[in-house]
Design a protein around this ligand. Structure first.
Ligand SMILES: [Zn+2]
Length: 227
């Protein structure tokens, strides 16, 4: 699905949403969050609640957009399924997995106390991270994690943990500026997967998002049973 197709599908959604504060920077994430939420909401019940009862969907979308805006330094890259400078692939994956587990626990606690916005924000961050697995744990620039980061991913798919996304080594660049749909530099592997994902990247991101939402609902239900 092309970026433009995603954007137009997004515009056609009938679901009632207040627009994210910063606008739709990344239609890929926004649409995946909305569609995975809807599929889980309309699918067979998981546990004691429906998602819409315990999560604010708009807060999830806003938090995902904010993650790209505000947490994109080299050291933050594990939040986008990429390699921070100086971390090997196992360490980057481990950091991401711990972060996701911690945020899921916090989201469950927030939902149990009835805080739908905090639960939504945390779930938005988790979904963003798993949807970004299309970035394949590459590094920002050629000097980020040499020698594995020296080759470019611009001309084709990377092997997991290898290559760079065509960004500066310190990732210090405005993704919003780079990522405006009109000006997008699709030579960057990262931006191409964000704005023009392959069908299998889209399907994997959707499946992982649904799995995360169902696991959140299951965790919420067990937390209710635990005094
Ligand atoms: Zn990201």
């Amino acid at each position: 699905m092309s970026g433009r197709a995603v954007a137009s599908a997004l515009c056609g959604l009938s679901i009632a949403l207040s627009p994210p504060a910063q606008g739709f920077y990344d239609p890929f994430h926004d649409l995946l969050i909305i569609q995975s939420f809807r599929q889980v909401e309309q699918g067979p019940p998981v546990g004691a609640a429906r998602l819409s009862e315990i999560i604010d969907l708009t807060a999830a979308i806003e938090a995902s957009t904010q993650l790209d805006d505000d947490e994109n330094r080299a050291s933050d890259q594990y939040k986008h399924s990429m390699r921070p400078n100086g971390l090997d692939i196992a360490a980057a994956k481990g950091k991401s997995a711990r972060d996701i587990d911690d945020q899921r626990s916090d989201a469950i606690r927030a939902a149990v106390r009835g805080d739908r916005v905090t639960a939504g924000r945390l779930i938005g961050r988790i979904l963003h991270a798993v949807q970004d697995r299309k970035h394949l744990w590459c590094s920002c620039g050629p000097g980020s994690n040499p020698p594995q980061s020296r080759s470019s991913c611009n001309s084709g798919p990377c092997s997991e943990g290898y290559g760079n996304h065509g960004l500066p080594d310190d990732c210090n660049v405005s993704l919003r500026r780079l990522g405006s749909v009109a000006a997008v530099d699709l030579k960057s592997f990262q931006l191409r997967t964000d704005f023009d994902p392959e069908g299998d990247q889209w399907n994997a991101a959707m499946a992982q998002s649904i799995e995360e939402l169902r696991s959140f609902l299951a965790g919420y239900t067990s937390a209710l049973k635990t005094p």
